[in-house]
Design a protein around this ligand. Sequence first.
Ligand code: SF4
Length: 145
Amino acid sequence: MSSDPVIVSACLLGLSTRYDGKDALNEEVCSLLKGRLIVPVCPEQLGGLPTPRPKAEITAGDGTDVLCGLSRAVDENGEDVTSKFMKGAAETLKAALLTGAQEAYLKDRSPSCGVSLICRRGERIKGMGVTAAMLMKEGIKVTGF
Ligand code: SF4
């Protein structure tokens, strides 16, 4: 079993970091992490957003487009939170570099952490969140749960 550090979406570990103030505890993730050095992160909190907070989504494309400046993250009140999402992604990358983590277990369907799916107008669509896209761009292996 590997003891290498791994970045993990804090909500998957049972921390109440979600936009609605709840967690997304995932027993499979906790079991896979036995013996690993866990680095819990919530990119949206690291970006300076409060908890609870208004739900946000990526307006077009996915997190890769946000990184390129081609799309934005906007909350349900119409506030542009792109800079907060970008900061949270950068801080998460910083945590990975500080700890030497080469892998990240992330909460799928989130506009920050989504690995294969994000949500738009209540629908699940293929795409990555902003943090997942940034970590992958930097060569970190991302797995969604
Ligand atoms: S930003 Fe990521 S870690 Fe934070 S609550 Fe959303 S899915 Fe969980």
